[in-house]
Every structure is written in C-alpha cells, then in structure tokens.
Design a protein. Structure first.
Length: 188
C-alpha cells in the first residue's frame, strides 16, 4: 500500500511540474499599416525615440494582469519574448515612421537638428473586468520647446486569454502612436 502511495505521489508531482513548464512567449505585433512600409526612410525632419520606460512591475518577463482594484499578478508562464520596453519602443518607431511622411524616425540619435521623444508607460496590462489598460505620458523636445501629454486608454477584450490580451494591448499602443503622430504632424 505504501509503495502504491509513493508511486501515485510521484506521478502527481511529475504532472504538476511538467504542467508548469508550458510557457508561452508573446511579441507585440506591428500595426498592419506599419508592417507594410518599406525600410527606406526619407525626410528633412528628424525624430529620435530616445526611450520608452516602464515601471519595475512591467519590466520583468511576465505579462501583468490586474486581479482586483489593488492587486496585480505577474505571470510566470505567459512571458514577453523580449523586454517590454524594447518591444514598445520598436513598435512605436515603426508606427510613427509609417504615420509621419517627411520624417525620419529612429531609435538612434540622428543629429543636432532632431526632435526627441521620451515615453513613460505606467500601465500596460490586462484587467479582471476584461479590459486592457495602456497609460503613461510622453515628452517631446521640439526645437527646444517641451510638449508633455498624458495618455490613458481602456480597451475591451473580445475574447478571453493572453493571446487576445496582448493583441488588444498592441492595438491600444498603436492608437496611442497615432495620437502622438497627430500631435507631431501639427508642429511648425
């Protein structure tokens, strides 16, 4: 009897440990408009996306999910394929490049006549009510003039699950990119 209990216990532990090894990795998709763009960039206006920063809770590997109005969980099996701040910066550069004709947008310094954009993302997570939250602020240095704008978006997921959550987060980030591009395109 003891031998049977030991075998059953070992099988149960093996099942639990093998189930925890099922990790999923997520990469933000580029917006359809940005994905179809060619890589040749031409323009007489320069924009350096210097930094997209995220708080420590979002900077880890795990996708973040808010379980109540005060509690957040960082997933251990649903992970970002590369650091979130890099993904946000890369997709922002791609989106702004496609939405700002006449501008060269890059993640590297472009010269002394460049405008500089910094974004501080404070929220980029799913929530218990089936919505995703994208929040923060951006700061643009345009020819020595500083322009600062907060942003806050809530989008409803159409389906459950991390795949849908990441797609909706990407959609919200693309929407914010469009808003930033609209502001930048109005500059003299």
């Amino acid at each position: 009897m003891k031998k049977w209990l030991l075998i059953a216990g070992a099988v149960a532990l093996t099942a639990c440990s093998s189930g925890s090894d099922n990790k999923s990795y997520y990469q933000l998709p580029l917006a359809t408009q940005a994905a179809g763009q060619t890589t040749a960039a031409q323009g007489n206006r320069l924009l350096w996306v210097e930094q997209v920063s995220v708080p420590d809770a979002l900077a880890g590997n795990g996708v973040v999910y808010q379980t109540s109005d005060v509690q957040y969980v960082i997933a251990t099996n649903n992970l970002w394929a590369s650091p979130l701040d890099q993904q946000l910066r890369n997709t922002l550069v791609a989106n702004l490049s496609s939405q700002l004709p006449g501008w060269v947008v890059a993640s590297q310094p472009l010269g002394s006549d460049q405008d500089t954009l910094n974004v501080n993302v404070t929220g980029f997570h799913g929530r218990f009510d089936g919505k995703v939250v994208i929040s923060g602020e951006w700061l643009l240095n345009h020819q020595g003039q500083l322009i600062k704008r907060p942003f806050y978006l809530e989008l409803k997921q159409q389906q459950d699950g991390y795949d849908e959550m990441v797609k909706m987060l990407a959609q919200g980030w693309a929407q914010e990119s469009t808003s930033i591009a609209r502001e930048i395109s109005r500059l003299p």
